[in-house]
Ligand binder design. Structure first.
Ligand SMILES: [Zn+2]
Length: 303
């Protein structure tokens, strides 16, 4: 247990292999209502054998304990902040900032590669995909692309809009990348579910990455036919009220398709949010509460 702040502990497992090799960090629970990543690490902890491992696996079982135990979507009950928007954190900050600081110092800075494991949050109906960040550094881009293929999820969102300042990296995976460590953000699972398929997809992906990094002798092969998504767009709500989804996750849509409709608290329609691009619905918010400015969905165009 790593003490991040007064009364806030982070459960961490470090498996040191018998042979030297790469240090891979697996981080679950930056969002505490996202369960498949947390459950996948419970399985991987039993499956990884130190006797045959080359290198080190560092697992953060639940990064955001206040959100996990408080069962909150996006925001910590301790300070109202989204942990995955406050990296690299502050030693003297709020609870979320202290957690981010502890993960940065003790996990990310100790790793060579980082996988930040997510799924659709409690309100998001999501199909599996991976964020592959693109930077101005070709070597980093090649490493990140290799990791993305190794993880085994075929839908890969090309993300060119991540911060470049290591002191204001905001996201967990960007904190790694801005410190020279290739990293991915993984999305597998949806709507507060703990389904076996979403959990096993993460277990499978981690084993693929461990094979690619030569930490284990065998593992799943890389994706043979990746679907790169670019352009892509996160749509946000222009109003606060009740949300009704009009599409399903993984639905193929044309430009201009209405994604969600928003009503006021008396049922009067106040907005319809349409996709400015055609493509695949990666996620759509599928529970009623919606606040102005929050995401309602994400669409990516296969290129
Ligand atoms: Zn998340």
């Amino acid at each position: 247990m790593l003490e991040a702040a007064e009364g806030v502990a982070i459960p961490i497992t470090t498996i040191t292999g018998a042979k030297p090799g790469t240090a891979l960090a697996l981080i679950a629970g930056n969002h505490g209502y996202e369960y498949p990543p947390i459950l996948a690490l419970q399985r991987l902890r039993d499956q990884i054998d130190a006797a045959t491992l080359a290198g080190t696996v560092i697992m953060v079982h639940v990064a955001n304990m206040p959100s996990f135990l408080g069962r909150t979507v996006y925001f910590s009950p301790a300070d109202g902040k989204n942990l995955n928007r406050v990296y690299p954190g502050r030693a003297d900050g709020s609870v979320s900032e202290r957690i981010a600081y502890a993960v940065t110092k003790h996990v990310i800075e100790a790793a060579d590669y980082v996988l930040d494991l997510h799924c659709g949050d409690g309100n998001e109906s999501l199909r599996p995909y991976v964020y592959q960040a693109v930077t101005s550094d070709d070597r980093m881009n090649a490493e990140t692309a290799r990791l993305a293929l190794a993880f085994g999820i075929d839908h890969i969102l090309i993300d060119r809009n991540r911060p470049t300042d290591p002191a204001a990296s905001l996201y967990c995976s960007t904190t790694a990348i801005t410190r020279g460590k290739p990293a991915l953000t993984i999305e597998s699972g949806s709507l507060g579910q703990s389904d076996d398929e979403s959990v096993e997809r993460i277990v499978h992906g981690v084993r693929g990455v461990m094979r690619e990094l030569k930490m284990v002798a065998e593992g799943p092969p890389p994706v043979a036919q990746p679907v790169y998504l670019e352009p892509n767009v996160v749509l946000t709500s222009p109003e606060t009220g009740l949300l009704y989804p009009l599409v399903e996750r993984d639905q193929k849509i044309a430009e201009g398709t209405p994604l969600v409709r928003i009503t006021d608290f008396f049922g009067e329609e106040v907005a319809v949010v349409r996709s400015p691009i055609g493509g695949v619905v990666l996620y759509v918010v599928a529970t009623p509460p919606i606040v102005k400015g929050q995401p309602v969905g994400c669409v990516g165009t296969p290129r």
